[in-house]
Design a protein around this ligand. Sequence first.
Ligand SMILES: [Fe+2]
Length: 415
Amino acid sequence: MVLKSQHIRQVPKFKKGEQLLQNQQLPIQLLVDGQGTVFVNLNEIKPFSIILSTDTNPKSTGHGFELTIDESSAIFYQWDNGDRKKISCDLNVESALDKDNNCIYWLSLNTHNPERNLRYGKGEMRFKTQLTKVSILDQDEFKWIHNIKYVIFLGSINQESVQIWRDPVTIEPAIIVISNDEITMEFVANYEFTISANLTPECQKLYANIAGKEFILDTDDFPNFSEAIKRSINNPNGWCYKKLKEKSEEFGKKDEAATYLRITLGINQGDSPGVPYVMEIWPGGHYSPIHNHARANAIIRVLHGEIVVSLYSMLSLVATHQKPFSEQRLKQGEITWIAPELNQTHKLYNPNGKDSPCITIQCYLYSDKDNSHYEYFDYINNDGTEICQFDPVSDMDFLEFKNLMKEEWHNLHNI
Ligand SMILES: [Fe+2]
């Protein structure tokens, strides 16, 4: 699946002080008639509606669909020349108005056979964050769906948050990136894996830098590098052991398992949050907090061991949003990706024991169109009480670290 982030319509910003009034209608056109996804958050937690319509004033003429979210439900209506009828009512509390004011609500319209439908979800716009689906079955009755052009909002929406995406939500994007030589017809048919050409241009660049066969830990000059790191983690006199202990309060209240080491390759060149290339060391059983990635693009490759990547719809203190919608175990050599709009909020966890550390390379790049360069990864602290800013600092430079591990290895073996 090709990422669709290049096909987005952002609504022009209002002049300073100019806000949408309560219940003011603002028609915006879809990029393609009869399809697309709308993405919005609110100024305040109050009921609101999104109308997709053939006409700019669906309350008098034309046809369309309305999604209304209130304190207890998500209701779909159909509009026909001024008449409104209810077609679906979702009373699930998770579908109703969200407790988190930063929650993103999305609505997708797909008019292509055989999956003609409306989908509604919260958080990242993707198949797995969908909460409700309404199928549009009768082709003759609904011929007008291909003429839906306009998006109209009712309620206190955050004008700057509105985005219209060209494409509907249809499939879940594949998490693992494989090389062109590995992709098969079955993988394409099942959306099982993706290739780097389907990712954002920034992810393609990062992938090309770290996916090569020589990008490995145990090289001829130090074939025991990964073993030396393991020893350093388990040896009370090792640098890794001591540094990990030092970091046990890095994300809030003391938690020795909520630690990992960040070994940076090169310097910060102003186009990524922190240094663009970071080797991360995850002792067995250790994990990160749930965090996001400053809307940066990223590629992660497992250099040694295994890591579980859990994905979340959004970064939120609301408990229901802290349940992952996806968990993927990545083995040595496997690669995953992050884009500004997808896979942004995750938690990494080494599921293995103390003799099986995981070592990954993470690399980051802001999008060309990102002119804010937010420098922090926001995370939920160990107490679960606060969203904090993590400054992606370095524990040590890579070349210095490699020399230190050589030294520890030689000392251990009296070489
Ligand atoms: Fe991360």
